[in-house]
Design a protein around this ligand. Structure first.
Ligand SMILES: *Cc1c(COP(=O)(O)O)cnc(C)c1O
Length: 397
């Protein structure tokens, strides 16, 4: 019983700081109007930015993929689990990102978490290499850097000059700079053009985690590299496919030599069962939408919704960092107030997650509103009205 008591003590400590997380179970597909724990809700929490997770063409392709390839892959990619669907998807993704890379190839992963572990452990495999990691990077990049044999140094958020000083002082055998493109809890951009210029000056890789940009940013939805019009052999691009692409998995696109190194050496690629080929088949349909007319329309609608929210919110006490993306945080501050506000919204049938430390810095607990192309202007107006009202009702403690 001592062992259990020890674990219970840890849980009690979390509860005492209002840090206990709980899961809700969705009874219907991911969409703005969703039945959750048996109750209809209007949701502002998914990363399904284009509304493709339940898109009929993507769902039909998933069904077709299962008919063509079965349910599971049966083995890892290097044994026998690599299917035609995976190969076709990788070709399509490489061609999609090719305008921004040199001699591009792409590699499909089960998750973005694994793609980041793979990239950093493979590029940072030597003890005399150095990973330069942005302070607000996603947990999967932090974990990838920890797992790599390379040394790790963290540079301050958005501070290209500080990074450049570190690069200039470094004698590492290889230098790997890694950053989110859009910071997942703030919605703001990393200064990618300046970061890339610094990397080129110092012979460093720039690994860009575009989890929140792929599919949404850029005229064609190619993501952050298209948005900033970047092209370089130093770029290693990670796009995730469970967010705007609506399905699951992720890919790395880079020079073919980098991709070959990942295939040969990256343990999170090699020692895991390949994702079901049907997912790759479904992703071909979602890429058709992202790259086509419908993708253009969906991205334009999403931009209109972001502008609408901006006009409608009238907040004085809570902070709203400027965000040009679908991630629209409302920083409340204290954990318990953030939780109370999220609970009040929930009572009104509005589902907005409260994000607390350690995901964000202490004292910056927030509501993380995410908009999606499947929302309507009325949905956004309803949320803004509820938030304006709640802010007035609840003076800070
Ligand atoms: C979601 C996310 C990931 C992880 O991707 P998954 O496919 O969900 O594992 C990686 N990086 C960032 C910035 C993310 O937001």
């Amino acid at each position: 019983m001592d062992l259990i008591a020890q674990v219970q003590g840890k849980l009690d400590a979390l509860a005492a700081q209002s840090l206990t997380r709980r899961r809700r179970s969705a009874d219907s597909p991911c969409a703005p109007r969703q039945v959750v724990d048996g109750r209809p809700m209007l949701a502002f929490c998914s990363n399904d930015y284009l509304g493709l997770a339940a898109h009929p063409a993507v769902v039909a392709a998933l069904r077709e993929g299962a008919e063509l390839y079965g349910a599971g892959s049966g083995a890892s990619h290097l044994v026998s689990g690599h299917s035609r669907a995976h190969a076709l998807l990788e070709e399509r993704l490489a061609a999609f990102e090719a305008p921004h890379l040199f001699d591009a190839k792409a590699l499909y992963f089960c998750t973005g978490y694994m793609a980041n572990l793979a990239t950093l452990t493979a590029l940072g495999a030597d003890a005399d290499a150095m990973i330069f990691s942005e302070a607000l990077n996603h947990a999967s990049l932090i974990d990838g850097a920890r797992l790599a044999k390379a040394g790790v140094t963290v540079y301050p958020h958005g501070d290209v000059a500080a990074l450049e000083a570190k690069l200039a002082a470094s004698t590492a055998s290889s230098k790997i700079v890694v950053t989110d493109s859009v910071f997942s809890m703030d919605g703001v951009f990393a200064p990618l053009p300046e970061l890339l210029a610094a990397c080129e000056r110092h012979g460093a890789w720039l690994v860009v985690d575009d989890a929140h940009g792929f599919g949404v940013l850029g005229r064609h939805g190619r993501g952050a590299l298209e948005h900033f019009d970047l092209r370089s052999p130093n770029l290693v691009y990670v796009g995730t496919l469970g967010k705007a692409a609506g399905v699951g998995g992720a890919f790395v696109a880079a020079h073919r030599a980098v991709i070959e190194l990942l295939v040969q050496r990256a343990r999170p690629y090699i020692y895991t069962t390949a994702a079901p080929p049907a997912l790759a088949h479904a992703l071909l349909a979602s890429l058709d939408i992202i790259a086509g007319e419908e993708g253009l329309r969906r991205r334009a609608h999403l931009s209109a919704l972001i502008a609408r929210l901006d006009e409608a919110l009238r907040l004085v006490r809570w902070q709203r960092p400027f965000s040009p993306t679908a991630i629209q945080p409302i920083v409340i501050g204290a954990n318990d107030e953030a939780l109370r506000v999220a609970a009040s919204l929930h009572e009104q049938g509005l589902w907005v997650p409260a994000i607390r430390p350690p995901t964000v810095a202490p004292g910056t607990a927030r509501l993380r509103v995410t908009l999606c192309a499947a929302h309507t202007e009325q949905d956004v107006a309803q949320l803004a009205a509820a938030l304006n009202q709640l802010e007035m009702e609840r003076p800070s403690a």
